[in-house]
Design a binder for this molecule. Structure first.
Ligand SMILES: C[S@@+](CC[C@H](N)C(=O)[O-])C[C@H]1O[C@@H](n2cnc3c(N)ncnc32)[C@H](O)[C@@H]1O
Length: 373
């Protein structure tokens, strides 16, 4: 059903919009992943006029840590950040909170002091010189009680219905009356259930107040973890393809929002090694000796999907920002050695400090090989 609807949609945009390159087509595909669109194009003659347009390196935001897929971290491009800053200025918002939008924090923190970023990504702190306006929390489970209310909260949650509901609910709990929540909205071809999920998000938003929708307002930089996947699958996507709408919710009432299924606390530890952001799930296989398993045959660690629903993604408890994953045992020890390396201790000294056996050091080497691939 979904693939049929997507194919029809792509046929219609090829006929009417006449995209010149694969890039243009991916941007027009209303959120459908380029690998799905590309498969459809290859199995038909829809791509006969499309060019593979190599664009060279696009701007990579090197002020904030490299995006890790466990953070669902797609960053706004420069023009989106600029538009958002002028929108906030135009609306004369004074006290601002950001939920999971570190790149907007870069721009806003330069023009106002009263901006607070709530985000889970630990390496952000050192990138921003331990700025106290960055609060490291898991928004899904954080208790926002006793926080002075905000005029405006900008949120870019992971694109799943349960995240939208909980982030909107938390935002509403710290928003002034007549204040605004500005939230990104994925588009209807993102996945089979996207249309219904969008309806549910809008219905939830209307319980808070009035809503306005700005189409195609948001554009994202393709993160390196996705580029790795596109290169592996030979998908001609060299620039930025991801586009979203923007929903502005104006709080008009103090309604009791529906109860939401409880979230499990996020237990990933995030560290920076060199330029990469590494995430290790502290919930799984904490104690015991270090042992490393590859998710695919022939020691292949490149994860073949960026969706959290992917079977292998669910199994791995170690992920790099270059989309490499592993299944490791002895996470506690691994985290302690990686923390030392992250703090600048030479690897051999870190291994000695942790008193790893020869067998464990050999296993640990596999982790380093995946990081320094
Ligand atoms: C979809 S990205 C948005 C990034 C944004 N577009 C930007 O350019 O800054 C999601 C952001 O939310 C953060 N995040 C993900 N899960 C979170 C959670 N449970 N609690 C707090 N922050 C979270 C990630 O670290 C990341 O910065």
């Amino acid at each position: 059903m979904y693939l049929e609807a997507l194919k029809k949609y792509i046929e219609s945009i090829v006929a009417t919009n006449k995209p010149e390159s694969y890039e243009d087509l991916f941007r027009l595909s209303k959120g459908a992943f380029p690998d799905v669109v590309y498969d459809l194009v290859l199995s038909s003659d829809l791509g006969k006029n499309l060019k593979r347009k190599y664009l060279g390196f696009k701007v990579v935001n090197n002020v904030i840590p490299e995006s890790n897929p466990t953070n669902y971290d797609w960053r706004f491009d420069h023009s989106t950040n600029k538009k958002l800053v002028s929108l906030i200025k135009k609306r004369r918002h004074k006290r601002i909170a950001l939920f999971g939008t570190p790149s907007l924090f870069i721009a806003l923190s330069k023009i106002t002091n009263d901006v607070t970023l709530y985000d889970i990504n630990e390496p952000l702190k050192s990138h921003f010189n331990h700025d106290e306006r960055i609060v490291l929390v898991d928004i899904n489970t954080f208790d926002f009680r006793d926080i002075l209310p905000f005029d405006c909260i900008i949120i870019d949650p992971p694109w799943y219905l349960n995240y939208y509901k909980i982030w909107l609910k938390k935002a509403n709990s710290i928003l002034k009356m007549k204040g605004e929540i500005i939230v990104t909205l994925f588009q209807e071809m993102l996945r089979p259930k996207a249309k219904n999920e969008l309806k549910a998000i809008k219905a939830f938003a209307r319980k808070i107040g009035s809503i306005e929708l700005e189409q195609n307002y948001v554009s994202y930089i393709t993160p390196l973890f996705e580029t790795e996947l596109f290169n592996f699958k030979n998908i001609p996507c060299y620039g930025n393809w991801r586009v979203a709408d923007l929903l502005v919710i104006r709080k008009e009432r103090n309604s009791l929002l529906p109860a939401i299924r409880k979230f499990k606390k996020d237990n990933w530890t995030r560290l920076e090694i060199g330029t990469q952001t590494i995430a290790i799930d502290g919930n799984k296989s904490q104690g015991g000796k270090i042992k490393v398993r590859f998710p695919y045959k022939k020691n292949d660690s490149l994860i073949k999907s960026v969706s959290e629903r992917d079977f292998v993604r669910r199994e791995v408890n170690f992920m790099t920002s270059r989309n490499r994953g592993l299944i490791i045992a002895g996470c506690r020890k691994v985290i302690s050695v990686l923390r030392l390396i992250s703090d600048g201790v030479p690897t051999q000294n870190a291994l000695k400090t942790a008193r790893l056996s020869k067998a464990e050091s050999d296993e640990f080497q596999k982790i380093l090989d995946v990081i320094y691939i």
